[in-house]
Write a new protein. Sequence first.
Length: 235
Amino acid sequence: MSREEFVIPAPALPAVPVGCGGLFPVRRIFCVGRNYAEHAREMGGDPSREPPFFFMKPADAVWHPGDADARWPYPPATQEVHHEVELVVALRGGGRELSFEEAEEAIYGYAVGLDMTRRDLQAEAKAKGRPWDVAKGFDASLPISTLLPKPGEVLRDGQIGLEIDGAPRQRGDLAQMIYDVPAVIAEISRYWRLAAGDLILTGTPAGVGPVRPGERVRAWAEGVGELAFVVGEAA
């Protein structure tokens, strides 16, 4: 269908800046839950028995700060928003039922991202057996750094962390992931046909906690980059 045939103006395509120039178009955003043992424990899970599970964010959840003074829009309808720093994988290819080798070949590059979570609404949804969408998929719920191209390269170790106002909150290493990057990609491809433009959040280390208006957040992943912004006022 050509643009002239749309009955309303077509929305802008969500995209993430790439370090070497250009934009990465975002197709879908997949997230894996509890992929670090200590985080699984702090959330009440058992990493020795729990298989990976997934949820999604809308493509336009991506939010890229122009600089460290950019104000992240604190969402409405919540009193408790938590930070979860994660390695984000960007795909240049995909398919169904991918092998680990095919999963590696599908990698375009990496970024640092935050799975921002309305924790109070998530707890309510869990207690009532409801979906998590309102807690995980709100506007700007994925602050993300510039993408670093690393085609076909697997990051198996490296520090990942987050600090608020200079105080450490989260610390971990990619080597602590229960399921590494190729395993996560391959597992997701069992349920969805992956394609170029997909982003995958690979899980967060222990230490998740609240953010409050006025606080300065800095997150990083070794060999990938960093992300910094100021938490804006509550809507």
